[in-house]
Design a protein around this ligand. Structure first.
Ligand code: GLU
Length: 402
């Protein structure tokens, strides 16, 4: 008998985390690798946030705190949700966790019974299906192809709902595509959820990339667009991306009190709470100066335009210009079926990214990991010089195919 639980057969290691680890391993071994796999900003955490964390440690804020999170942070989150999203939450409607991923984990554990369905528009962030499946839920994938700007349509949503549907997961701007749902897009989806026969469906909206939006795109979240959904929406967010705090692990959820209470109970039985001094740094992040976000976004938009231009210059690849995040999700349909210089056939996007890594030392994540092929994800959260070099290598690799 294996020591490992049967339920582990339903999940796999996170492919985004795995690609990042592989690129770092190759670099450490001396290989010239450009990592476009990691979904994290290359900017350092702003100094005022780091100092707040240090100060908290020096002041002895190093002990256990309540599973829900320190009151100061929960209040700062409520203030942020009011200020930016016009949503009125009270601190007892907030759960703080060790990163966005853990709050999703707690939410799924708290709500899914065996056989409950979770609608996941594809492409999706890699962890949604696995966390769903781990707790007996059934991921229901809905294909959202490039022609629809990778977005779920109201008709697709209506068709995917069954009496067993518990959650719809929305993620805008999206990881891996960067696509953003406009207010009108969200309203159209909300209208479906407000239909009488769909009132059992809840929405988990992952707003992690809220502040990383470009050009004239206006971020909205679904409970703001349709207040009638407020009581069955879990609004998720975190400090990793906009505040460049990926390694600090700080995320949060806002939602109805009963659900939040259940999530906090689970938190009390796992990590107890997010790290105490990290939470104090989080207070500074949410209440301190915000101007660096616009500065960072200037760099991101320039990099996005650079990468989209360079990728679209390559015969066989095609790339949309997304509204936000720091990802592009080019189609590599034009290279499938071709053969590499050493005689291997490119049968899938996974073969393609493997070839890019082996032949040119460019690490990206294959589309199959996100549930929509043939594509690959580029994270452009790196310097213009490296992006230019990476795209030149990708071009050379594609041109070498026959
Ligand atoms: N969310 C980031 C990504 O997609 C970080 C890794 C992860 O947790 O998936 O690359």
């Amino acid at each position: 008998m294996s020591i490992l639980a049967d339920r582990l057969s339903k999940i796999k290691p996170s492919p985004t985390v795995a690609v990042t680890a592989k690129a770092n391993e190759l670099k450490a071994a001396g290989r010239d690798v450009i990592g476009l796999g990691a979904g994290e900003p290359d900017f350092d955490t702003p100094a005022n946030i780091v100092k707040a964390g240090q100060k908290a440690m020096e002041e002895g804020k190093t002990r256990y705190v309540a599973p829900a999170g320190i009151p100061e942070l929960r209040q700062a989150i409520c203030d942020k949700l009011k200020r930016d999203n016009d949503l009125t939450y009270t601190p007892d409607m907030i759960a703080v966790g060790c990163g966005g991923k853990q709050t999703i984990y707690n939410a799924m554990t708290a709500t899914l019974d065996e056989g409950d369905e979770v609608i996941i528009p594809a492409p999706y962030w890699v962890s949604y299906p696995d966390i769903t499946a781990l707790f007996g839920g059934v991921p229901v994938f809905v294909n959202c192809p490039q022609e629809n700007n990778f977005k779920l349509t109201p008709d697709q949503l209506r068709a995917a709902i069954t009496p067993k549907t518990k959650w719809l997961i929305l993620n805008s701007p999206s990881n891996p595509t960067g696509a953003g749902y406009t207010e009108a897009d969200l309203k159209a989806l909300a209208d479906v959820l407000m239909e009488d026969e769909n009132k059992h469906v809840w929405v988990m909206t992952d707003d992690m990339y809220e502040y990383l939006v470009y050009d004239d795109f206006k971020f909205k979240t679904i409970a703001q667009v349709e207040p009638g959904l407020f009581d069955r929406t879990l609004t998720l967010n975190g400090l990793s991306k906009a505040y460049c705090m990926t390694g600090w692990r700080l995320g949060y959820a806002a939602g109805p009190k009963d659900l939040i209470k259940a999530m906090n109970m689970l938190q009390s039985q796992s990590a107890t709470s997010a790290t105490t001094f990290v939470q104090w740094a989080g207070v500074e992040a949410l209440t301190g100066p915000q101007d660096f976000i616009a500065e960072n976004n200037k760099a991101f938009v320039e990099r996005r335009d650079l990468v989209v231009g360079l990728i679209n210059d390559i015969d066989g690849l095609e790339c949309l210009t997304p509204e936000g995040a720091f990802y592009v999700y080019p189609s590599c349909a034009g290279v499938i079926g071709k053969t590499t210089p050493d005689g291997k056939k490119i049968e899938s996007d996974e073969d393609f990214v493997t070839y890019l890594l082996e032949a040119e030392g460019v690490a990206a994540v294959h589309g199959a990991a996100f549930g929509l092929s043939p594509h690959f994800r580029i994270s452009y959260a790196t310097s213009n010089a490296l992006l230019e070099e990476a795209c030149a290598r990708i071009k050379r690799a594609v041109e070498a195919l026959s």
